[in-house]
Design a protein around this ligand. Structure first.
Ligand code: ZN
Length: 551
């Protein structure tokens, strides 16, 4: 048994079947009934709002032998030929793949001949904004003096890219996004026709994801039905079938923001827009994601109030203690401001990018939470400074609450294997490598100042595995409490050193952190030239002769 996708199966066949575009349908229907057709229509609007469906209904209606209240009858020879795609007088063109002057010249040539069958020749040009400038020019001449039997229906998702000379020749129809309620009602109707059921919450979730597009709503519903096992489509199934993609992207976006990586965040935004997401909806959904996160961060018993799957709740809950609620509140505030200005704005993408930069750079803001974040960043710097002082420059007793420094943790056994050549080269030029790692870090911006990376690197000892001798650079933490609380900082260090090492070696390098307090048997120091922790004699003794002598 072959399954027909709901979207194809229930494509509207008459004006009566169309949902959510009442004004447009009424106008077109009246034109068909009174025979006052225009010669050029421009259908604008986001995908899945019914542009092509209505264009096809119109093409059938104007050629139908027995139209019923403006609707095509669906049974006459003309209606059937058009529906089956065998009619010669309805021509569909995808401008995305036929955008050249020659393609349009071909049309212009054909337009001169009357239709062999039916009353009208109808040209439906989809994605018309993709036509080249020359192609638009060639089309313009025909639009200026169209033969009485020709109707052009130009459809586009980007009316802003249509030349004004073309716009002025067309009757323009702006297709509205279809409301979530209407999408839900239509889905319920179709499921009923198929004798299937769904929880209301599931349909509402799909409707929200569909972002005003009937086509998306139905294809998302199809995806959910494919995963469903019982009779009724459950909310959890819908989340599983559709939600994972979005929350994954949002989690990634949140990661960029927390790291202060505005470039990364803007890049990800661009990707999402390229995937066809609408910017306003995207912002709304991300605020919703942050709202869920905030509820889970701020209280223990709020899992029921959170509109998310169990897995998602678990993931968000894991951020407790790592992300301050004040930070999330500030993100929500910036994004809500953005939401307000987006509605009537023309440069929506730029505004959104600016908001992402504002989030990543609290120093650009004057508000209380931003100030608190700046303070926290400063405190972090002070901690780092203190740590680096303690770790080398000023001998001071370890504070009582901290475990003993592990700097004496050099293996008692000499390493079984010699350090790989690559790693020795890194150790030989360790100063250069650290300088470059610092530069890379400050180029990334945000919290990862080169000062922080420098201080962190002074507390890390380049090492290798003396048992296996494998070609992996280990950065062994000499003193605890520097890095182990902050995965983002850990990542910044590893990325910085990896990049610097690869630059030096001219090939891929693998770098791992060996944090204090974690087990890393067999690690041996690569013994950097400027070794201050060990005396020269100890170094020679403990490191099995791999000491590089000072000149
Ligand atoms: Zn008909």
């Amino acid at each position: 048994m072959s399954y027909v996708a709901l979207y194809r199966k229930f494509r509207p066949q008459t004006f009566d079947d169309v949902r959510g575009q009442d004004a447009i349908v009424t106008t077109l229907r009246n034109q068909v009934m009174t025979g006052r057709m225009q010669h050029a229509y421009l259908f604008c609007g986001t995908r899945g709002t019914g542009k092509t469906s209505i264009a096809k209904i119109l093409a059938r209606a104007v050629n139908c032998e027995h139209p019923d209240h403006g609707n095509p009858c669906g049974e006459c020879a003309s209606c059937r030929a058009i529906r089956d795609g065998t009619a010669m007088n309805v021509i569909e063109i995808d401008a995305a793949s036929n955008n050249g002057v020659d393609n349009v010249r071909e049309i212009v040539e054909e337009v001169r001949y009357r239709p062999a069958e039916g009353n009208y020749k109808v040209y439906i040009i989809d994605e018309v904004h993709m036509l080249s400038a020359g192609a638009f020019n060639a089309l313009l001449k025909t639009l200026e003096e169209p033969p009485s039997y020709v109707i052009f229906i130009l459809a586009t998702t980007e009316a802003g890219r249509i030349p004004t000379t073309i716009l002025s020749r067309c009757q323009r129809y702006d297709f509205r996004r279809i409301s979530a309620d209407m999408l839900r009602a239509r889905m319920r109707e179709l499921l009923h026709a198929e004798q299937m059921f769904a929880e209301d919450k599931a349909l509402m979730f799909i409707a929200r994801q569909a972002d005003g597009s009937m086509r998306d709503a139905l294809s998302l519903l199809d995806r959910c039905l494919a995963m469903q096992s019982g009779e009724t489509l459950r909310y959890e199934t819908a989340l599983l079938a559709l939600g994972a993609v979005d929350t994954e992207v949002f989690r990634e976006l949140l990661g960029f923001l927390l790291r202060g990586d505005a470039g990364g965040a803007i890049g990800l935004l661009g990707q999402m827009l390229d995937d066809g997401r609408e910017i306003g909806q995207l912002v709304t959904d991300f605020i919703w994601y942050l709202r869920n996160l905030l509820l889970l961060l701020a209280s223990d018993a709020s899992a029921e109030m959170v509109d998310a799957s169990e897995q998602e709740i678990a993931e968000l809950t894991a951020l407790r203690g790592k992300v301050p609620p004040e930070t999330v509140m500030r993100y929500i505030r910036v994004l809500s401001d953005l939401q307000g200005t987006l509605r009537n704005a023309t440069s929506r993408r730029t505004l959104t990018e600016v908001a992402l930069v504002r989030i990543c750079r609290p120093q650009m803001e004057k508000g209380g939470e931003a100030l608190r974040e700046r303070l926290a960043a400063l405190e972090g710097t002070v901690d780092t400074l203190m740590n680096s002082l303690e770790s080398g420059y000023i001998p001071s007793p370890a504070p009582a609450e901290r475990p003993e420094p592990i700097k004496a943790e050099v293996p008692k056994e000499p390493p079984a294997k010699a350090a790989p050549e690559d790693l020795r080269r890194i150790a030989d030029t360790w100063d250069t490598v650290t300088e470059q790692a610092k530069m890379m870090a400050s180029a990334r911006g945000g919290e990862m100042s080169s000062g922080f990376v420098g201080a962190a690197l002074r507390n890390l000892e380049p090492s290798y595995n003396g048992q296996t001798g494998e070609n992996i650079l280990y950065l062994r933490e000499k003193k605890p409490n520097m890095l182990n609380l902050n995965p983002e900082k850990q990542e910044a260090i590893v990325i910085g050193v990896t990049a610097a090492a690869e630059k030096l070696l001219g090939k891929k390098a693998e770098v791992r952190l060996a944090l204090a307090g974690t087990e890393h048997p067999g690690l041996a120091s690569l013994n950097v030239k400027e070794e201050t922790e060990l005396s020269e004699a100890e170094g020679k003794l403990n490191l099995g002769g791999f000491v590089i002598e000072e000149e």
